[in-house]
Design a protein around this ligand. Sequence first.
Ligand code: MN
Length: 339
Amino acid sequence: MKIDYKKLKECLENEINSSNKVIICTHKNPDLDAIASAIGLYSIVETMGKDAYIVIDYEDLNLDVMVRRVLEDIFIKFNICTNNELPPIDDKTLFLITDVNGQNRIYLSTQAINMIKNAIIIDHHAKNIDCIKTPNTFISEELSSASEAIGKLLYMFNIKLKDKDLYNYILAGIALDTNFLTRKVNPATISVENYLLKKGANLNFVKGMFNVSFQEDRIIQNLVDFSSFYSLRSAIIMNRANPNYNYLISQLAQAADYVIQFVDVAMAMGFISCDEVYISARSNGLINAGALMSKLGGGGNIESAGANIKTTDIMGLYDEVSNLFKPDSTTCYKYLKKP
Ligand SMILES: [Mn+2]
């Protein structure tokens, strides 16, 4: 189902106007879509004359390098706080939750979550069973990214952002979740892109934001070199020479994003801590990556999904995943997307 933007705009106007302050939260380990959509929401709240706060664990050294660059830029222009620096929460505090909906994935302490009285959720991930309880949920899996929804709202509210780079960040949020405007792009995505470009965003600048350092690029491409190709044009990408190497989720995602150009489904896996393996799955739309990852306890949508698995036995997990794709296995056909 599509997002009802008229309803969303009304809901934001009513809830922001009757609030005393607005706390904007997104998922743990935020990516560009998370932070860019939070920046857009902040600007809407600020224009309506209310105090806004973005909750981000900015002290976390494992933060994605692109997110860190954006944070450095916006830190003095926005109220950014960690869980420990939250302003007092009362019955008139509004929470805007973007790019996430499950209590476990949100970067907010349990204590704070329990104090939520008013919340609006804007998200493009499937609704979790532990979704924050609020009547105001605007969740659509058809949406490319949270940033697309926020870009549309900026247009509807006629908001002027503080500087041109902020439009670039919103476009970068969309670019991240669409593998640079190719995956899950629909006419509505292009309208938002068009609006952002008119406001001064620049695709070349956005592309530059994704140019990671040479070392970072080597880490991703070295991982890509380990791609094993299976039936049904699938690939599993794992560093078999050094399986214990710890990756960032964003590095696994970028490896899968690279390999998906050549196959129907690509899965990059690696340790993200000493006893946690992450699998980042990408599909060209022929295979349901979300269904595939839910088989391993994860989730996502048809084209983009992931699973977080508590294990120290990555080789065992590799076998389990590759068994789904053995030439004599028909298991993977179950995940073919039904027309
Ligand atoms: Mn997102």
